[in-house]
Ligand binder design. Structure first.
Ligand code: PEP
Ligand code: MN
Length: 357
């Protein structure tokens, strides 16, 4: 894919672009108070607010809808900040354009749906508006690129992406696990594409905002998105990850905006990925061991034949495993020790020597 020509206004110039604002628009007062607080911060140039909220379960706050766009317009008039909101279908696009929203965001739950992305791309055809596409909830690079292609085909030249992390079964320590290497792969395929980091949806908690944001800056990201609310504890969505404007100011001041050594950042990122992968493999190993134990116990209690036959069978099994060790590039002694331990454990729990399983 080749990006549409033109200078992309989403790319950073001297310092990363900062998008801030509440997870959700809740009231005109909340929007204005937050925006006026943000206006005092030199580095914030874009005000975001969720108008329609994709929610996991029915009954949670679904966003205020179109009235929020009126408040967003008031924020623009009162503060001069550019505005951004998420759109998830063609009607949202029409409403957002009518209310002069400056930047459209495509949420992670929308990027996964090619019908919706196409509908939105058709709705912005011929419109000169920047679009930032969040990664889909699971790490599927082609799906993400596919969404970008749809906007590219609609002639959107100010196109960028937002890394907001990926869903995993656990959410520790991050709410959405960052995959910096995955985004680096996207960037290597599309080097001119501006990349932003939604530190709030990766972190999920205030304490992780700083390391996540610094990592993004070290890796050369073009911008940060940080959810901000004048009174986060009262927020109707994502209360644990939002900062008050003065807290955002402190965060931004604490960051090294020039970025630390990118090589070092890349190597730390790789190590983190590998550590995560090892954790996952350890879980798999545990699951396999438990399943093997359960099966060998079943076999032990229903065994036919004598223990010397079982012994021979086991020797054969071990021999095959050691042959496999070669082709897997594994140390034979290590493989032997592991399987002998597994077998010994089985024998101990059964208190007899019929160890053929
Ligand atoms: C948001 O930005 O408030 C939001 C819902 O984001 P995401 O699409 O990353 O879940
Ligand atoms: Mn949010």
């Amino acid at each position: 894919m080749k990006l549409a020509a033109g200078t992309n206004k989403l790319a950073k110039t001297t310092a990363p672009v900062v998008i801030a604002g509440p997870c959700s628009a809740e009231s005109e007062e909340q929007m204005l108070q937050t925006a006026l607080g943000l206006k005092k911060l030199q580095s914030v140039s874009i005000f975001r607010a969720g108008i329609w909220k994709p929610r996991t379960r029915p009954g949670s706050f679904q966003g205020v809808g179109t009235v929020g766009l009126e408040w967003l317009r008031t924020v623009k008039q009162e503060t001069g900040l550019r505005t951004a909101c998420e759109v998830a279908n063609a009607d949202h696009v029409a409403e957002a354009l009518k209310h002069e929203v400056d930047i459209l965001l495509i949420g992670a739950h929308t990027t996964v749906n090619s019908f919706l992305v196409q509908e939105i791309a058709d709705a912005v055809k011929g419109v000169d508006i920047p679009v930032l596409v969040k990664n889909p909830v699971s790490p599927d690079l082609l799906l993400w690129i596919g969404a970008l292609e749809r906007f590219n085909n609609s002639g959107i030249s100010d196109l960028g992406v937002i890394h907001r992390g990926f869903s995993t079964i656990d959410n520790a320590p991050y709410r959405n696990h960052p995959k910096w290497d995955h985004v680096a792969e996207l960037k290597s395929q599309l080097p001119d594409l501006p990349v932003y980091c939604d530190a709030s949806h990766i972190a999920g908690r205030r304490s992780l905002l700083r390391p996540v944001s610094q990592r993004a800056i070290d890796l050369g990201y073009d911008g940060l998105m940080v959810e901000t609310h004048h009174n986060p504890v009262k927020a109707l969505s994502d209360p644990h990850q939002q900062l008050m404007p003065p807290e955002l100011d402190m965060l931004l001041q604490a960051l090294n905006m020039q970025g630390n050594d990118p090589e070092e950042a890349r190597s730390v990122v790789l190590q983190e990925e590998w550590r995560k992968e090892i954790e996952y493999l350890d879980d798999e190993l545990m699951d396999l061991l438990a399943r093997r134990t359960a099966l060998s116990e079943k076999l032990g209690t229903n065994r036919q034949g004598n223990s010397s036959e079982a012994e021979e069978a086991w020797d054969q099994v071990l021999e095959n495993l050691l042959l496999q060790a070669n082709s897997f590039g594994m140390n034979k002694e290590f493989v032997k020790t592991v399987f002998q331990e597994v077998r010994k454990q089985y024998a101990q729990t059964h208190l007899y020597c019929d160890m053929g399983a």
